[in-house]
Write a protein that binds this ligand. Structure first.
Ligand SMILES: [Cu+2]
Length: 275
């Protein structure tokens, strides 16, 4: 049988959870990053909202117990400090505790794995990704080096540009690599983060939506000017992208012959390239 304390705590907990959980489920997605800049970003927002809604009753219980204990079990003013009654094992509480936490964690693990396997959720999946979204893809290579990112478009003659431009409503296959230290390509609004390791072709998928400015940052401490390794990219309408990429091919034509042939990785050291 529950004590009167237990009954009050459970009643307050249920009342608070019934109010707070729907509020979190409905409104939380408006305030959490990374927003709705791409399909993957929106999915991350949904996933984080689901997790937060599941956690809300747990947080409510902690708040209710804390407040209830502070309000009802305070020592009267001037009373001597004495120890409370000892806590004894309660098999029912233990069984509920283990069952509820196990179900919650297993559900979240299953839910997270399922969502991850849909399209990679914007994360780097290494050179042979297992979560490949269906449909035609535009390949874009992200090359990190101390201390900037450049971008190559293999389907447009391997032209390399200093700015990230992506066509809207297009499935993009990002190939992230590095020429020197370990960097990390973080395109905030796209919900993409992928390690940039030298000698590694790290693949991430993202489906763009409408036109958008993208804050690109290096997210791995990579040396003295790491903090300055950022730029602003853009998702632009497809027709605008077509004319932009043409202009890049034209502008960079004089130096194109000095670029190495397009490859999934590059080694600046000629001896390594030979080996
Ligand atoms: Cu970096």
């Amino acid at each position: 049988m529950l004590s009167s304390d237990g009954r009050r705590v459970i009643a307050a907990w249920i009342a608070l959870s019934v109010i707070a959980t729907p509020l979190v489920a409905i409104f939380f997605d408006r305030v959490i990053p990374p927003g709705n800049g791409s399909v993957q970003a929106s999915e991350q927002v949904v996933d984080n909202s689901v997790m937060m809604a599941i956690l809300t009753p747990v947080i409510c219980l902690l708040i209710v117990v804390f407040v209830y204990v502070c309000v009802t079990h305070r020592a009267p003013k001037g009373a001597p400090l004495t120890d409370g009654p000892p806590l004894r094992n309660d098999p029912t509480v233990q069984v509920y505790w283990i069952a509820i936490t196990s179900i919650t964690v297993l559900f979240l693990a299953g839910f997270g794995s399922y969502r991850l396997l849909q399209n990679g959720s914007g994360g780097g999946q290494g050179p042979s990704p297992i979560a490949v979204p269906k449909g035609p893809k535009l390949q874009v290579q992200v090359i990190a080096q101390q201390w900037q990112f450049t971008y190559r478009y293999p389907s447009y003659g391997g032209v390399e540009t200093p700015q990230l431009m992506l066509p809207s409503d297009t499935l993009i296959e990002l190939h992230v690599t590095s020429l020197d230290a370990i960097h990390s390509f973080w395109a905030y609004e796209l919900g993409v983060k992928a390690d940039a390791n030298p000698g590694v072709d790290n693949i991430a998928f993202v489906k763009t939506k409408g036109p958008l400015a993208i804050h690109v940052r290096c997210a791995e401490l990579c040396g003295l000017w790491h903090g300055y390794m950022y730029d602003i990219g853009h998702v632009i309408p497809q027709t605008q992208f077509a004319s932009w990429i043409k202009s890049q091919q034209r502008d960079f034509a004089p130096v194109a012959k000095y670029l190495p042939k397009y490859s999934t990785t590059y080694y600046p050291d000629p001896q390594r390239r030979a080996g």
